[in-house]
Write a protein that binds this ligand. Structure first.
Ligand code: C2O
Ligand code: CU
Length: 736
């Protein structure tokens, strides 16, 4: 292959090729990784995570696969600070001849990664027949080549190409004729778009407040730089009445107050009132909801093994409950509407007794029409100490709740009164919020170590948070610290997950806390970077006192966590006891949406980081879209799944997120009332564990979790994307 390779000084080129890699595969068990046939139940998608390399005709009979393996990570996905997906590739080859027999003078086979245009190449290593663990890769789209070369030291491909294959992401292409045709086709509903007639759906209206007379549908905002198809812009309104709180008949509504910290002792009582509050975000005033007039709700501090009493007063127009997310409390106080209690009617009260067996960072939110109530401000943290055992010192702690809000020029985009809109992907906001505000800032001294306690309360968005270029020390997650502290360039927080990290601000100046992701332009089949500022840390030029720089520089083991996990390690290896697959079914979607989704299903990225098909997503409601957890053996689905587990048992559950569905995407999976470990994802064992109640399952991915069943009662497990939960994606299990 004689050609001039344009060596661009891009950051992509900076990583040096590893000269030689030995055919040793340290991390994968080789059982259920994407290129290898699944042995013990549903596994990861071969189509999304395995590339079959094609030999040139002269090499017929040579087989080669290039596996896009997961890199063990404390998160559901491993990405760079910019949100590029990182893989640990494994190449398997059989049948290659001696290089010289293929090409005169050749002495070695070399594997390369190249851009689709071959404008840039990167050497992956000298290979041959066998199995090779290659250096990690993080290019969004790429081509793999295997060439015959005169020596292993060549810097760029120079010899004959023997095998080649494109990354699955390369299948996303700029528009072809069919897409344009569908894009200009008329929408399936010949009637002019208009609001659904009020009262059209009596049964559902009976459980929803009457739609505010003054509320009209407005279109979701379109992300900058994205083109929409004409037919997309002409989609009818969603099949639901538009809802915003109290627009027509607003009595005086108090302005929202900042979150207060409430210290509660064993036996104390807190009165928690949900009510309307006036909020202003980016200059737009709207009426939302708050607990005790605050957004976020009060930050409750309590001690491990104490018991709190919470008198909940529902003063909003929706029936609601309070769910204590992650807390292993008495079943009857779990707040799971329809399972552990009836919803508290507007004006009603309910007394919760919240037992706190675990230390950690928890949160509370409604468990009914959460897509509206939580999005409008009903969420708060519960911090149970000592959660910081075994951790080094920090100068301060910041408890941040990450969220997003969908604000158009005309104001807040209304919600579906009878059922949620955005049932496809969940409601993505275009304005990112920290603690309910569109702007957040903090002043610190030079060298300060700040401990951030992060909770993602968004309906659908997964965040990839970084702090300028500062390195981040990972400490803990939902119900415990990790076995070992480790360094990160960013923190991936899926909806409902919590992470505990330390960051040291070494140099004076302004540091932006950012969400950096790769978004997908579904029409043009390309990735593009999206960067949003969540907040600013102003580092003053005065030294921090005390200076914890030395302690920050070391990472610790947490022997308590390790010892706590030790008794269950014997259960890591055995086959799963239960399995689930995730799929989606749709009926009655507009023609253009259906056709477009079919075309778009050529590729699914592990995580959809951003809402880049806002019109089609908005248009879909839970009456067209059903999200399904299905048990492969019994064929049971969602709430027809009623698992029975023995108290004191450990249950290994395999969950596979099927790729062959109209729209596959990531799901944050949450189990109520218990805790679990994420043992492996896509067949790759996790090497640093923490007790969790929610984890992220990427598109086409599979995971094995080990659920510790110790808390009696009937509990729920579900996807924490609010609109997926409302579209059916939940099951129940009983522990007795
Ligand atoms: Cu955070 Cu079932 O919920
Ligand atoms: Cu989901």
């Amino acid at each position: 292959m004689r050609r001039a390779v344009l060596v661009l000084s891009l950051a992509l080129a900076a990583s040096n090729p590893t000269p030689f890699t030995s055919p040793i595969l340290p991390l994968t068990s080789d059982n259920d990784t994407p290129c290898v046939a699944a042995g013990t139940g549903p596994g990861p998608s071969r189509d999304l995570y395995c590339i079959d390399l094609d030999p040139i005709p002269a090499l017929e009979g040579v087989t080669a696969t290039f596996e896009l393996n997961r890199v063990p990570s404390p998160f559901g996905v491993n990405v760079t600070r910019d949100g590029r997906q990182v893989y640990a590739p494994v190449l398997r080859v059989t049948g290659l001849p001696e290089p010289a027999a293929f090409s005169k003078g050749a002495r070695v086979w070399v594997a390369w990664m190249a851009t689709q245009q071959l404008s840039l190449t990167r050497k992956l290593g000298v290979v041959g027949n066998g199995r090779f663990a290659l250096p990690t890769i993080d290019w969004p789209k790429f081509l793999i080549l295997i060439t015959a070369e005169s020596g292993g030291a060549v810097a760029e491909p120079d010899g004959k190409v023997a095998l080649r294959g494109f990354s699955p992401s390369s299948r996303m292409q700029p528009p072809d004729l069919s897409e344009f045709l569908y894009g200009s086709a008329p929408v399936s509903d010949p009637a002019a778009p208009g609001p659904v007639a009020a009262g059209a759906d009596h049964a559902l209206h009976a459980i929803a407040p009457p739609p505010g007379a003054a509320t009209r549908w407005i279109h979701p905002p379109i992300p900058a730089g994205l083109a929409m198809m004409p037919a997309e812009m002409r989609l009818p309104f969603p099949k639901a009445s538009p809802f915003l709180p109290l627009t027509a008949r607003a009595p005086p509504v108090p302005d929202v107050k900042p979150r207060e910290v409430v210290h509660l002792k064993d036996g104390d009582t807190l009165v928690l009132t949900a009510g309307p509050v006036r909020q202003t975000v980016r200059g737009h005033a709207f009426i939302g909801y708050g607990y005790n007039g605050q957004v976020p709700g009060p930050l409750i501090w309590a001690s491990q093994r104490s018991t709190l009493h919470v008198r909940y007063r529902n003063r909003i127009e929706w029936p609601s409950t309070v769910h204590w997310h992650g807390v292993r409390l008495d079943n009857r106080f779990d707040g799971a509407e329809g399972l552990t209690q009836d919803a508290v009617p507007p004006g009603g009260d309910f007394d919760y007794t919240v037992r706190l067996p675990d230390a950690g960072l928890f949160w509370y939110h409604p468990h009914r029409r959460d897509d509206i109530l939580r999005d409008l401000g009903l969420y708060g943290n519960l911090l149970v100490t000592p959660s910081h055992q075994e951790l080094g010192p920090a100068n301060r702690e910041e408890v941040l709740m990450l969220d997003d809000l969908e604000l158009a020029d005309q104001g807040l985009v209304p919600y579906g009164a009878e059922r949620p809109t955005n049932a496809l992907m969940g409601r993505f906001g275009n304005v990112l919020l920290v603690n309910g505000r569109g702007s957040w800032s903090l002043d610190v001294s030079r060298g300060e170590v700040v401990r951030f306690l992060l909770t993602n309360v968004a309906n659908a968005r997964t965040f990839n948070v970084s702090f300028g270029g500062a390195r981040i020390k990972l400490l803990g997650s939902d119900l415990s610290n990790f076995e070992r502290e480790e360094w990160l360039e960013s923190v991936v927080v899926a909806p409902a997950e919590r992470y505990l990290v330390d960051v040291r601000f070494a140099a004076p100046g302004r540091v932006a806390i950012e969400n950096r992701v790769l978004a997908i332009d579904h029409i043009f089949g390309r990735f593009f970077p999206q960067v949003d500022t969540l907040g600013i840390v102003r580092v003053q030029d005065r030294p921090a006192r005390p200076d914890y720089g030395a302690a920050f520089g070391t990472t610790r083991e947490h022997p308590g966590v390790i010892a706590g996990i030790d008794p269950v390690r014997k259960d890591f290896e055995r086959p799963p006891d239960r399995s689930l697959v995730v799929r989606m079914e749709a009926r009655g979607l507009p023609f253009v949406v259906e056709r477009f989704l079919r075309i778009d299903s050529i590729y699914f990225h592990p995580v959809e980081w951003s809402g880049t098909m806002p019109m089609m997503n908005w248009n879909s409601t839970s009456s067209e879209v059903q999200w399904i957890l299905e048990e492969p053996g019994s064929g049971r689905r969602n709430m027809d799944i009623r698992w029975e587990f023995k108290l004191g048992s450990l249950v290994k559950i395999r969950i596979a997120n099927l790729r062959h569905t109209l729209h596959a995407m990531q799901h944050p999976i949450h189990f109520h009332g218990q805790r679990f470990l994420v043992l492996e994802q896509n067949g790759v064992r996790n090497t640093n564990l923490a007790w969790k109640d929610t984890f992220l399952l990427p598109a086409g991915g599979s995971a094995d979790i080990l659920l510790e069943v110790v808390n009696p009662g009937t509990w729920m497990a579900h996807c924490h994307i609010s609109e997926h939960l409302e579209s059916g994606m939940m099951l129940s299990f009983t522990a007795r």
